[in-house]
Design a protein around this ligand. Structure first.
Ligand code: AMP
Ligand code: GLY
Length: 417
């Protein structure tokens, strides 16, 4: 069987590693992939956002399946385009991916179907939004409607910051058309939990809860990043909270989508905040999280290809899900300076010294002359496992210390809180 994975980060490496481990008959290609992925799949230098090129390549190579992992191509409709060419594809259609592609769409869905979320208002006009901010409760969260490389959410602690954020998004169009509408949202507080789930349009199956660390430095200092580390499960997600989330958020979302006539096939990622007033839904993603996939997928014992087939063909309810009770911790190693400017091209040492039961997922790496070099902001994700959080964390950090490259940067507190 010949498959193409679209994307090239740690998440895609986690998907490919799981597929390879379970199926020896797979011939895997990845566009564009990275240095580490190149050790287990054939990387083709097509950007994940070059939809036409990917479609053309998929057609000429006659893939049996294309897995679309990142948000941009999903929201732009890659799955629809592939399907129109008769190519089997895993991931939501453009219509379904709106739950991630439009914050306005997501919030209106939550409101209409009584899914607990922060209070909000939507604006299409700068002056009206600006007037609203004059008297709005501070802190407030300013969100660009569309995808903005993860930078479209601005938490404003002062009114001036809010005016500035609004101007940057709506007037200066810092994120282009993503800023033609904004959501101004109530600021809420509490621990954040990510729930990844598989959905075939009729059945939804949540996986083990994970917690991400978005800030660049220890103790949540510094700027927001794509994610500096994750762990799973989390004891903050108690059975009581789980029951409430499954009823009021996860199943209500499936019913909401069905009522709207939207068939969602793929992965729904629920970004939750556990507030004093109960769990609330901050956002949806229409895909696996990165670096959530690097702690959640290795603990899923069910065959991934079986799940993917069931999602596409609509018989997820027949799949027997088996979860490994282990704990996992993923520590991201980034290039010094990330998420601001950083230099790449440094050789990476020590990858061969890593323990056998620890997994190193590659994100921003490139192979050349038989060596591995840094090639991005987030470079590697080192995932350790254990019977408890401490064991998993120790395994991850023991191995992070075996790896070295110039100006490497990582948090030392993943999984401690
Ligand atoms: P999002 O892109 O929606 O996940 O937002 C990025 C991050 O911003 C979230 O993970 C939260 O940490 C934070 N955030 C988003 N919405 C709110 C809110 N209403 N109140 C407080 N923090 C928020
Ligand atoms: N780690 C958060 C995300 O994938 O969006």
């Amino acid at each position: 069987m010949k498959i193409l994975v679209v994307g090239g980060g740690g998440r895609e490496h986690a998907i490919i590693k799981k597929l390879k481990k379970e199926r020896s008959d797979l011939q895997i290609f990845c566009a564009p992939g990275n240095g580490g992925i190149g050790e287990e799949a054939l990387c083709v230098p097509i950007p994940a956002t070059d939809l036409n090129h990917i479609c053309e390549y998929a057609k000429t190579q006659a893939f049996d399946l294309v897995i679309v992992a990142p948000d941009d191509p999903l929201v732009a409709g890659l799955v629809d385009k592939l399907q129109a060419l008769g190519i089997r594809a895993f991931g939501p259609t453009k219509e379904a991916a709106q739950i991630e592609g439009s914050k306005v769409f997501a919030k209106e869905l939550m409101k209409k179907y009584d899914i607990p979320t922060a209070e909000y208002a939507v604006f299409e006009d700068f002056d009206v939004a600006n007037a609203y901010l004059e008297t709005a409760t501070i802190p407030i969260v300013v969100k660009a409607d569309g995808l903005a490389l993860g930078k479209g959410v601005i938490i404003c602690k002062t009114r001036d910051e809010a005016f500035e954020a609004l101007e940057a998004i709506m007037k200066d169009r810092q994120f282009g058309d993503a800023g033609s509408r904004v959501v101004l949202e109530e600021y809420i507080e509490g621990p954040e939990v990510s729930i990844l789930s598989f959905c075939d349009g009729e059945t939804i199956v949540p996986l083990s809860p994970a917690q991400d660390h978005k800030k660049a430095f220890d103790n949540d200092q510094g700027k927001n990043t794509g994610g500096m580390g994750t762990f799973s499960p989390t004891d903050k997600y108690t059975p009581e909270i789980q029951a409430e989330v499954e009823e009021k958020i996860i199943h209500r979302t499936l019913e909401a989508l069905k009522s709207e006539g939207i068939v969602f096939k793929g992965v729904i990622f629920f970004g939750l905040m556990l507030t004093e007033n109960g769990p609330k839904l901050l956002e949806y993603n229409a895909r696996f999280g990165d670096p959530e996939a690097q702690v959640v997928l290795p603990k899923l014992d069910t065959d991934l290809m079986e799940i993917i087939d069931a999602v596409i063909d609509g018989h997820l309810q027949d799949v027997h899900f088996r979860f490994n009770p282990e704990y996992s911790v993923c520590v991201v190693i980034a290039s010094g300076g990330y998420p601001d400017a950083y230099i790449t091209g440094y050789p990476i040492e020590g990858l061969k010294d890593v323990d056998k039961d620890v997994v190193v997922y590659h994100a921003g790496t490139k192979a050349a002359n038989g060596r591995m070099y840094t090639y991005g902001g987030r470079v590697l994700g080192v995932t350790g496992f254990g019977r408890n959080m401490k064991e998993a964390r120790d395994a991850a950090y023991r191995n992070v210390k075996k790896i070295h490259f110039e100006h490497m940067q990582y948090r030392t507190d993943i999984g401690i809180k």
